[in-house]
Ligand binder design. Structure first.
Ligand code: GSH
Length: 214
């Protein structure tokens, strides 16, 4: 059985789980905590980040975007992913994620204020706001590869200071995020599982009764 090491609140792991729910593949999910990574995971992927997917033949995929591609192989979601989508995801993973971390942990980066870091992150929010002028999601009214890859990070940004976010000028981004958070798709990836190390139980993911279409 294919194994996925995952951490519920990690946005990279979330995008991997989102793709799995929308694919016809299932895995054994091993919930971990970052402070206590299973030895078997580190042996498979010594860099020690989640998500990590291990195929039946032992092949290891330890980059979230590669896990998305693996899950969505042959699907419309992947075949319709354009270079503009990949560019936007790259901007999310490089510049935006950097500012998100500094905004979230501003006390660890005293060179600038929390508001400064938030403003740097807002450059990307503004870009998404423009992107959402013509459709409810980033590239059409349906979830695309880019929405799935980016939304978990916007959620994290929003929750650093949800009061600020809820009254911010990014109305379209706010609606886009709310719609996602309220979706069955999102609920299906946020179920709580005991950690694999503690419970020693493998969990099938997605759960059998999940039948969510995009
Ligand atoms: N480029 C990696 C990044 C994954 C990543 O950084 N995950 C974080 C959790 S959100 C992690 O595992 N960090 C290691 C740690 O905190 O020990 C990917 O896309 O999969």
């Amino acid at each position: 059985m294919t194994i996925l090491y995952s951490f519920r609140r990690c946005p990279y792991a979330m995008r991997a789980r989102l793709s799995l729910v929308l694919s016809n593949k299932s895995v054994q999910l091993r919930e971990i905590i970052l402070k206590h990574k299973p030895e078997a995971m580190l042996q498979a992927s010594p860099k020690g980040t989640v998500p990590v997917l291990i195929e039946k033949d032992g092949h290891v995929i330890d980059e979230s975007l590669d896990i998305m591609k693996w899950a969505l192989e042959g699907s419309q979601l992947l075949s319709s992913a354009t270079s503009s989508m990949h560019l936007l995801i790259k901007e999310n993973d490089d510049a935006f994620k950097g500012w998100l971390d500094k905004y979230k942990y501003a006390d660890r980066y005293p060179e600038h204020s929390e508001i400064y870091y938030r403003e740097q992150g807002e450059i990307f929010l503004e870009k998404l706001e423009q992107q959402l002028i013509n459709s409810n999601r980033l590239f059409s009214d349906e979830f695309s590869f880019a929405d799935l890859a980016i939304l978990p990070f916007i959620r994290q940004f929003a929750f650093v200071d949800i009061h600020w976010f809820n009254q911010s000028k990014y109305q379209r981004v706010r609606d886009w995020l709310t719609n996602f958070i309220d979706s069955e798709l999102f609920l299906s990836i946020m179920k709580k599982y005991p950690t694999w190390l503690e419970s020693n139980q493998e969990v099938s993911f997605p759960e059998n009764n999940t039948n969510i279409t995009n």
